[in-house]
Design a protein around this ligand. Structure first.
Ligand code: SAH
Ligand code: SF4
Ligand code: F3S
Length: 462
């Protein structure tokens, strides 16, 4: 019976964390992680449904595995995560060689489900009922059992970790599938989060990123106190060993003064704020049901600049949303020019069945126009990103060294390599250095820069 697995992950940080926890729980159950699907006895896809393209890629990857399954009928093929929750049994119909479908709230059951398959019980499916159907306790339990499974070797890098502080989403932006695949918004108890962060600190972790779909909506009652994100950060800040705290993703309306003051006052909280605007036009924001106007978004930006002037702010935008006119788009362009985001992720609107926008509005912007708007906005943002990067040349920045750069990962000989690391503001820095610098925080002098990467050299003898 096979005991090795391979897992491929797409989607957001929630999925990256889920895959890490899946890997850790399988390793505990005696399975071994391998680097290629070919070597693996079980192949998992941790999937995303946020755009059609993400789903298409998974279905074609599944299609390509059909002949592999024909030749090796005992290889287990599993679809995990958001698309599993969204498509459920339909996955078996579209790809009959799939053995396993597991939603994001049921991932803790994966080792047991695999045992059932190995025991000859046939294909298995575990997904949440709909948002109302008792999923709250079910998912909460999975949370408690699953998230504490932290093991350094399962993490992409040993010195950095994500910690979920909330799951689900109740915002229901009209374009978004997340609330229906990830269930209701729930904040995790402070004590649980604190215990997890302490455990990570004991394992030598230096940087913790707190994650949630709207992370700054965090609210949990502990005894007589209510903890908001600012309170949680203050509490975690005392944990020895953790040198940096980051948090993503922020919801603009909940970017409160107390949180910005916490970022300003807590030395180890990174001045890095991902706070997606989605559009610069009020009519579009309204149809998206984002809950703010562009004026309110601008006020929020002004408050960020006032309280944390050196913060790096980043955003997401959707172009070509239903009814987006050229004038609307130009308002987004104006916002991007003015806001000077460190970077922006830009997406073409993709209608998702089951969302309000797909139901209520026509997807009336052609793909060609979406593509043009995407490229135009990206070019403007990239020029701004490049200017900001260039301004850092000759400065010396504190870098957490993550590991060999992509190019250096193929290098087998020698101890001096191209290393990659990050600044507190989440800027990527590449520089030559000895392997043993991995996992340290050091000063690096920036010598060169482009829009996405800074290049430099270690500023002290390392
Ligand atoms: N919770 C986060 C992000 C959720 S999904 C937030 O509220 O910001 C990540 C990004 O995908 C979103 O910010 C949005 O820009 C984009 N996105 C979500 N649904 C989409 C859709 N139907 N089409 C295109 N982009 C979408
Ligand atoms: Fe989706 Fe909006 Fe929730 Fe973000 S806040 S996950 S965009 S519904
Ligand atoms: Fe995708 Fe699910 Fe994240 S739909 S964006 S992986 S929560």
């Amino acid at each position: 019976m096979g005991k090795s697995f391979y897992i491929e992950t797409v989607g957001c940080q929630m999925n990256v964390l889920d895959s890490e926890l899946v890997a850790a729980s399988l390793q505990r159950a005696g399975y071994q992680a391998v680097d290629t699907p070919r070597q693996a006895d079980a192949i998992f896809f941790n999937t995303c449904s946020v755009r059609q393209h993400a789903e298409d890629k998974i279905y074609s990857a599944l299609g390509r595995l059909k002949h592999v399954k024909d030749r090796h009928p005992h290889k287990v093929i599993g679809v995990l995560g958001c698309m599993a929750q969204k498509d459920q049994e339909r996955i078996f119909r579209r790809a009959p060689h799939v053995d396993l479908v597991v939603g994001p709230g049921q991932l803790a059951q994966l080792p047991a489900l695999l045992e059932r398959i190995h025991g000859g019980m046939g294909p298995q499916i575990e997904v949440s009922l709909d948002r109302k159907g008792g999923s709250r306790t079910e998912v909460e339990e999975s949370f408690e059992r699953f998230d504490p499974v932290r093991e350094a070797p399962a993490r992409p890098t040993r010195h950095q970790a994500m910690v979920r502080i909330m799951l689900g989403c109740d915002k229901f932006c009209t374009y978004c599938i997340v609330p229906s695949v990830r269930g209701p918004e729930q904040s995790r108890p402070v004590e649980q989060i604190e215990a997890e962060v302490r455990q990570l600190a004991d394992q030598g972790c230096l940087e913790v990123t707190l994650i949630g779909q709207t992370v700054n909506s965090y609210r949990a009652v502990s005894g007589v106190r209510t903890f908001r994100l600012s309170d949680l950060l203050a509490r975690l800040h005392g944990i020895e060993g953790i040198r940096r705290f980051k948090f993503v993703t922020n919801y603009p309306r909940h970017m409160t003064t107390d949180l910005l003051e916490a970022v300003r006052d807590l030395e180890r909280v990174s001045p890095y704020l991902h706070v997606p605007a989605q559009s610069g036009a009020n009519s579009v924001l309204k149809r998206m049901k984002r809950g703010y106007t562009v004026e309110q978004y601008r006020e929020m930006l002004a408050e960020i600049r006032q309280i944390v002037p050196h913060a790096a702010v980043t955003s997401d935008f959707i172009v070509g949303f239903c009814g987006e006119s050229e004038d609307d788009f130009q308002e987004t362009v104006a916002l991007v020019r003015e806001a000077r985001f460190k970077n922006s992720f830009i997406f073409k609107y993709s209608p998702r069945a089951g969302t309000k926008s797909a139901e209520l509005y026509e997807d009336d912007v052609s793909d060609e126009v979406k593509r043009r708007r995407n490229n135009e906005l990206l070019a403007i943002q990239n020029a701004i990103s490049e200017e900001q990067s260039r301004a850092l040349v000759d400065q010396t920045l504190e870098i957490l060294v993550e590991g060999p750069s992509k190019a250096a990962q193929r290098q087998t000989a020698g101890d001096i390599l191209q290393l990659t690391g990050r600044t507190v503001c989440d800027r990527i820095v590449v520089f030559p250095g000895h392997r043993r610098l991995i996992g340290q925080i050091l000063p690096v002098r920036i010598t060169k820069a482009n829009a996405f990467t800074l290049f430099g050299e270690v500023a002290v003898n390392g």
